[in-house]
Design a protein around this ligand. Sequence first.
Ligand code: ADP
Length: 406
Amino acid sequence: MRDDWKEQRNQIIGLGENSFKKSYYPELQEKLSELETSYKNLKSIFDNVEDGIVLHDENGFVYFHNRQMSGIINTGEDLGRESDINVSELFPDEQDKIKMLGIWKDVMGSIPKVISTILTPIGSDSKIHVQVSMNKTVWYGRPLIVAVIRDFTERAKFENQLVKAKEKAEEGERLMTAFLQNISHEIRTPLNAIMGFSGLLDESELEPDRRKDFISIILRSSNQLLHVVNDILTISSIETRHIKLRENKTNLNELIDNLFATFKAEADLKGLELRHQKGFSDDNAEVYTDLLKLHQIISNLISNALKYTHRGSVTFGYDLKSGEKGEFLSFFVKDTGIGIEKERQQIIFEKFRKIDDKSGTLNGGMGLGLSIAKAFADIMGGRIKVESVAGEGSVFYLEIPYKPIY
Ligand code: ADP
């Protein structure tokens, strides 16, 4: 049918090359050359439009396309007339093809359409997001569809990034609000205790034992408050990148002994066994490292282990291990506590995260300890990780480069 039309048209207007040469009528020749020129002009205008323009029939067969469409329908050929190229091939999915046929039928029934869709250029696997405006037109006496195609791929990518950025900002705001509520709780609780019990100390008939109890509550609350303030100051220094690595000669066994002494009373109070392990003998335990950061990371981990363990033990220590990049120090804190579900094992290292965690809320804390530990581990050229089974316990590892003193 389409071939018949081509032949008829060539015979009538002499556009076919042979019939053009055979034409004996100078006037007709002149008209033909005008026609050719106006076609070329039209084509050159279309080629300079930024959008893709394609003329096709209601079955998708292409009759004309501009330069912008060449890459999409995979032909550089200047068709100028009907071709075997079919735009329905731009929709590999059968359902989409059927949908497009319906739309083309409507357009041919003089109902213009504008759709947003995804095309797969012929002969390629890539996808392009486009907006297609379709209208009915007449081309060399034949009713066709003129489709103007605008590539939105970059815009779609950009929109996607914007949506992601918006979600991230909203999530950040949500976490920050919860963090601020939490922080005010964490500051007020010890502060109220300090103020309340300080007032009670003033009472003249207070028994010495009661006075001692009150003083110990005041001291404990002050420590808690100091801890909160320290964490907030540390996280803001990390955020503003004011934290530097300061490595000095450090005796690891002394560090372990100090930590043991610090946490022993707390463990006893909870009826937990506190154990420690040293990887080097006391004489060989000196290395170059940032003692303050190392101390803070491990005390955060031990403090958490004690917080989230209600029976059993907490063991901490270090070992020298070797990996692909050479020897490294592996510190560990192991507990027999509540454990952490697999899906939460990554997010607990993100700051302000504890708000989603009911057990954490009951146990107090601002959800900053692990994010500080992770940031410090990064600064020290190391990493922190956790292995845990919910209900059975957790092991936190801190791996840092081994820098021996020769
Ligand atoms: P915080 O202890 O103040 O909540 P952290 O950043 O130290 O903040 O810990 C984040 C969360 O990780 C905690 O709220 C808790 O849910 C979980 N977590 C940390 N350490 C342990 C542990 N040893 N056992 C079980 N859960 C833990």
